[in-house]
Ligand binder design. Structure first.
Ligand SMILES: *Cc1c(COP(=O)(O)O)cnc(C)c1O
Length: 354
């Protein structure tokens, strides 16, 4: 890379847009398949009439609604254009020269990118053979220059959660000067009682930072709203890094309307969870090593077959998310689409066997 561009940014892969397949079934981005929640489209239409105005810089209405719902002060909540953006802003807030952030691998692809862009080094701790975070190893990887450790629970893309005992252990092991970040993008889909709600259990710890999003269970991926809960000083500092007016008024109106439709959100999550349990059982008859999932997707550890299986699905009009040489993440869709995945897996393994 030529000066004056930063050399370290050369290591970040360029985003390659997928082929335009307008009729394909998209099981590649962990969206819910039921459309926006009731009331959201009307709220968007109404807010559209005011788009000549600048948004509300402090996102007061949404932060107040979240504060009431979550039982925390609004000053502890920072909103951004998706939690992906906020993860980047948090990194910017902690990136002193020479510092690092610890997270598991394989985990969410945004972490290494956000760390590098902010100028932080990444310390990646391999997952356990059963695709879970190795919490003792993560705790041991925290050094004097570590500013944060990230726990993704459920983990994208493997679907596994971190247990209460493990998270307790991590919080107890780290100094309060190191942030313990818990990314709960898929919290609404968790049914395992041994997977803690990080806000409930650790919210009062000074170094706890919790990420949630409207993109998944709340059905608002296209409008880009996520939020972070932390102690007031951390929340305020990250807010300084957020691009001004990031969450626009249309997005704020939509997210506020979505919160009003919580019962319907829960009902839809119930449908996804039922499909998850049904699919895990059926998929294991074909690929026995598929791990449990507590999210709205599951992980197929297909190793070297991963890219080929994704191509096999694409030929059948279904998009899934391959990670070359490792596995394939499949989002749970409508029952018929999930059936098509099973059919694809069967024909793939038949073709392999012959
Ligand atoms: C989808 C996802 C997010 C949220 O992304 P948004 O930017 O809010 O759309 C955050 N973390 C993980 C692990 C995710 O999978």
């Amino acid at each position: 890379m030529t000066k004056p561009l930063r050399e370290d940014l050369g290591s970040i892969p360029l985003y390659v847009p997928g082929k335009a397949l307008p009729d394909a079934v998209k099981l590649s981005s962990n969206e819910v398949p039921y459309g926006p929640l009731p009331g959201v489209a009307d709220a968007v239409a109404e807010a559209a009439g005011q788009v000549h105005r600048y948004p509300d810089l402090a996102v007061v209405r949404l932060r107040d609604a979240l504060a009431e719902r979550l039982g925390v002060d609004a000053e502890r909540i920072t909103t951004g254009t998706g939690s992906v953006a906020l993860i980047g802003h948090l990194m910017q807030s902690i990136a002193d020269p020479g510092c690092d952030v610890v997270y598991s691998w394989r985990s969410f692809e945004a972490y290494p990118i956000a760390a590098t862009v902010a100028g932080l080094s990444s310390v990646q701790v391999p997952n356990t053979p059963d695709h879970r975070h190795d919490i003792p190893a993560m705790a041991k990887s925290i050094g004097p220059d570590t500013r944060a450790v990230i726990v993704c629970s459920p983990n994208n893309p493997t679907g596994r959660t971190t247990t209460t005992a493990e998270l307790d252990e991590l919080f107890d092991a780290v100094d309060e000067s190191v942030l313990v970040v818990v990314d709960e993008a898929y919290r609404e889909f968790v049914t395992d009682p041994d997977s803690p709600d990080a806000l409930e259990r650790y919210g009062d710890r000074p170094n706890a930072v919790i990420f949630r999003t409207f993109s998944k269970a709340w059905g608002l991926a296209g409008l880009r709203v996520g939020y972070m809960i932390a102690r007031p000083e951390v929340a305020a500092t990250v807010r300084k890094c957020v691009i001004p007016f990031a969450v626009n008024n249309v997005a704020q109106a939509a997210a506020s309307a979505a919160l009003e439709a919580e019962d319907e959100m829960r009902r839809r999550v119930g449908l996804v969870v039922a499909e998850r349990e049904r699919m895990l059982e059926a998929v294991r008859e074909i690929v026995p090593e598929v791990p449990d999932s507590q999210a709205n997707f599951f992980w197929l550890p297909l190793g070297e077959d991963s890219v080929r299986f994704a191509a096999h699905c694409e030929e059948r009009g279904i998009l899934v998310r391959p990670f070359a040489g490792d596995g394939v993440r499949v989002t749970l869709g409508l029952p018929g689409d999930n059936e098509a995945i099973l059919e694809g897996l069967r024909s793939f393994s038949r073709a392999k066997a012959s």
